[in-house]
Design a protein. Structure first.
Length: 766
């Protein structure tokens, strides 16, 4: 990496350590008063406190001391900020003016305090009473010729209670149009795993990590995006458990980490090595790499059998629990090492070393994130991971299983309680049984389909329970223009963002409580519940005073709109549910499976775990068995072969939460005070006559079959930074890079956008 580029200098320290503590102190100073800041940090993820809004990594069962996490602290201080976006603030700035601000500056206005409506005559958001807002929203929704002309988005911070009410309202209204953030996130997991093991969720618990003999980490950056996982990886490494990483970038926390909880490391400035093997796979090369590892395992097995050994495959498991093994073997035999090496960018020897480690380990966990799911082949990637685990029966035993690391803190819970455009049969049956109406059955829109429908003018209303859909999804130029043609837009949010500024004919901005805040309803102080990445459901109780007396909780807002829209239809008592969330949970228990004694069990420390079939070797697949699923060949993207193409992946910096930009440093990657950089392999720069530090443009190569779509997608004036990543791969920051992502460029099976494999050309800026 070049060190004479402004704001670019190598970071030599391990991840974590004192720099992480310093970053927390700065976050508290910037957003809160030191005393309230410290107090709130101590409540984070404690048995009686609130669930951290930062990520979905589970809590250790018996947390007694504060589990330190730099980015959890940023998420909390950003929400619990002392700054307020009051009606007076909106009177000082027109919406047009705010649209010219950066994403950071818009959100940094602070917490929304009053319900607002957009006034086109003055171009300002102005205050409105809750009742009037609800009535006008209801009138607009009820005036639609069809309920399917409205889209109801959810972002994954929403609690189980709010999400359940929301889906009940929307289904009673008459549609399954539930675009949600998981459509852009782990959808490949939710679609790929049920076909493989019968459930779209992870199978391990946190304790399994204490019993694993090998941990494989693929395509995620825990040091930044789920830092509490570093406690787990740190402990595993210290136990001598090998950790194998597949990642095109050498992420510092996966190389070495100083645990802020460890006094010796802190005092001696020591650290612990994390990865024992670091494989810098080419962007989009994971399926090929996994096939290489599996080929290696088959070879080791054959060698063992040849000398009279028992082999390394779990033949009993394969025989009694799986289907499709022969087809997998045939495909692996037909896939040439040369192709695997070319597409994965990894050498056969390295993949065979992983196969050795895998074949020796009794219990193996594979954890993965967006580097696996956000590809045209996202679903196949996930299924190859599952194939690998099945070869040695790494399901349903201690220390073994699959671990998709979820994004938003309750994204998994939202899906479990019914935010699902596919409207599963059991859910519909439960709603009908408990509420006495027949919910719609036809599949609704996912996130990309919702935007397509809005673009085409088929949908004219959009409600968003959190999030920043316009910035999170691809192709902002066309998407933003389409959103401005909406007849009705309703945003429920803690803080203002760009999506709220893309105003339609009628636009409402409704302020809600965050996780950290006291939720007082007619029935007393309320707790909400969330489900983490490991299917643990537990309660979360905020304690901070709300940002203003006018702000409402998400369940109360949803109930208010539902009541205004539906009146007494189906005799659902919205007010009673908003007054006492125990009532919501009682009904959830009746509709959903696995929630028995819900109110009782969430009041026990640690909560409870939802049933996960594969953890008991029960497979809810059509065949009743776990399925080996084959992808023929290595499925390379042909666009990669086009002259001069690079495959661009889009990543999060250390100072952001999705579209929320806390600051402009990406410390561990050595970027300070800026985000306008693109990381490129030095040879790739040289081959194009470019140098580190050059100002460059990135131009997207349009997706297959649809050359008309988003052809002019260019990202201008980025500084090229020579970086240690595989040839042919490059990286830049999300969400800025979404100008390069076409809405149609997504995994055909799951619809997950290919945010992590965008073919681009790079050239000197003109
Ligand atoms: N502080 C913080 N925490 C967060 C978030 C945040 O923005 N900030 N976001 C939350 C959300 S919604 C999510 S989904 C998660 C996201 O957490 P991650 O899954 O860690 O998200 P990304 O930053 O997108 O990181 C992807 C990682 O995959 C690697 N990668 C990119 N392309 C490939 C590839 O083709 N193959 C492989 N093997 N690796 C690849 C990148 O180098 C990077 O290390 O984090 C959640 N937690
Ligand atoms: N290029 C590219 N694009 C991507 C990705 C990528 O890796 N690359 N990642 C994708 C992924 S994994 C995801 S999950 C999506 C994220 O998409 P979203 O979930 O839509 O976006 P966020 O940035 O998390 O939403 C931030 C906003 O949520 C609101 N908010 C925060 N807390 C609360 C709350 O408690 N309640 C309510 N009602 N609102 C709240 C605030 O107003 C804030 O501005 O982006 C996707 N887009
Ligand atoms: Mo996500």
């Amino acid at each position: 990496m070049s060190d004479n580029i402004e704001g670019v200098r190598p970071y030599e320290h391990p991840a974590g350590g004192w720099d992480a503590l310093g970053a927390v102190a700065r976050a508290i100073r910037a957003q809160m008063t030191p005393l309230s800041g410290t107090r709130i940090m101590l409540e984070n993820n404690q048995p009686d406190g609130f669930d951290c809004p930062g990520c979905a990594w589970p809590d250790p069962k018996h947390t007694s001391t504060f589990e330190f996490c730099e980015n959890g602290a940023k998420a909390v201080t950003w929400e619990a900020t002392r700054k307020r976006a009051t009606p007076e603030v909106f009177l000082r700035h027109t919406v047009t003016e705010l649209l010219g601000w950066s994403d950071h500056d818009i959100e940094n206005l602070g917490r929304l305090t009053h319900p607002m409506v957009y006034d086109a005559t003055t171009d300002h958001y102005v205050q409105i009473a809750w009742d009037e807002a609800n009535t006008r929203i209801a009138d607009a929704l009820n005036a639609l010729p069809s309920p399917h002309m409205a889209e109801f988005y959810t972002s994954g911070r929403t609690s189980n209670e709010a999400a359940f009410l929301y889906q009940l309202f929307v289904r009673a209204f008459g549609t399954n149009n539930f675009p949600d953030c998981s459509n852009m996130c782990h959808e490949a997991t939710s679609v790929g795993l049920p076909k493989s093991i019968g459930i779209g969720k992870g199978t391990v618990t946190l304790e399994d990590f204490d019993h694993a003999d090998l941990i494989i980490s693929m395509g995620h950056n825990p040091g930044t995006n789920h830092p509490r996982m570093m406690t787990t990886l740190h402990a595993a490494s210290r136990r001598g458990v090998p950790i194998v990483v597949f990642n095109p970038l050498r992420e510092r926390a996966l190389e070495r980490f100083a645990a802020p909880q460890n006094p010796v490391e802190m005092v001696t400035l020591g650290s612990t090595d994390i990865a024992s093997e670091y494989l810098q796979v080419r962007v989009g090369g994971d399926a090929a790499a996994l096939k290489g590892v599996m080929k290696g395992v088959l070879a080791i097995d054959a060698e063992s059998l040849a000398v009279g050994g028992i082999g390394v495959l779990d033949r009993a498991f394969i025989a009694s629990h799986t289907q499709g093994f022969e087809a997998l073997v045939k495909d692996l035999e037909e896939t040439a090492w040369a192709d695997i090496e070319r597409v994965s960018g990894l050498e056969r020897e390295a993949l065979e070393r992983v196969a050795q480690l895998y074949s020796r380990a009794k219990g193996v966990i594979v954890a993965f994130g967006m580097g696996i799911t956000q590809h045209t082949l996202g679903t196949e990637n996930v299924q190859q991971i599952s194939n690998l685990l099945m070869l040695r029966g790494n399901y349903g035993r201690p220390g073994a299983g699959i671990c998709p690391v979820r994004g938003h803190s309750n994204v998994q819970g939202n899906r479990t309680v019914g935010i699902d455009e596919k409207a599963p049969h059991a859910l519909r049956e439960g709603i009908e049984r408990v509420f006495g109406f027949v919910p719609p059955a036809a599949k609704g829109h996912d996130a990309a389909e919702a935007i397509e429908a809005i673009r085409a003018g088929h949908s004219t209303a959009l409600m968003c329970l959190g999030g920043n859909l316009a910035v999170a999804i691809g192709d902002p130029v066309q998407t933003h223009a389409a959103l401005r043609r909406l007849d009705l837009a309703v945003h429920v949010a803690t803080k203002p963002n760009r999506s709220h500024l893309l105003v339609g004919r009628q636009t409402f901005l409704l302020p809600c409580l965050g996780r950290t805040e006291l939720d007082l309803q007619a029935g007393g102080v309320q707790c909400v519940t969330v489900e983490d990445s490991m299917s643990m459901v537990h309660a979360s109780t905020g304690r901070l005073p709300p940002p203003s007396a006018t702000v409402r909780s998400e369940p109360a807002i949803v109930a208010g709109i539902a009541k205004a829209v539906l009146g007494d239809r189906y005799r659902i008592d919205w007010e009673a549910m908003a007054a006492q969330y125990d009532h919501i949970r009682d009904l959830m228990e009746q509709v959903l499976t696995g929630f028995g004694e819900y109110n009782l069990r969430i009041r026990r420390p640690g909560g409870f775990r939802l049933p996960i079939g594969p953890a008991d070797r029960i497979w809810h697949t059509p065949s009743g068995r776990a399925e080996f699923l084959v992808i023929p060949g290595t499925c390379d993207d042909p666009r990669r072969e086009s002259a001069q193409a690079l495959t661009l992946t889009t990543i999060r910096s250390h100072d952001q939460y999705n579209t929320t930009i806390y600051g402009f440093d990406d410390r561990y990657r050595g970027i300070f005070g800026r985000r306008d950089v693109v990381f490129v392999n030095a040879d790739d720069l040289a081959a194009r006559g470019l140098q580190s530090g050059d100002l460059v443009d990135l131009e997207a190569i349009p997706p297959r079959g649809d050359m008309s779509d988003n052809t002019a997608a260019v990202m201008r004036r980025l500084t090229a930074v020579a970086y240690d990543l595989p040839k042919g791969s490059s990286a830049t920051y999300y969400p800025e890079a979404n100008v390069l992502v076409s809405l149609s460029d997504r995994d055909p099976q799951s619809g997950t956008p290919s945010y992590k494999s965008i073919p681009v050309r790079i050239r000197l800026s003109t």
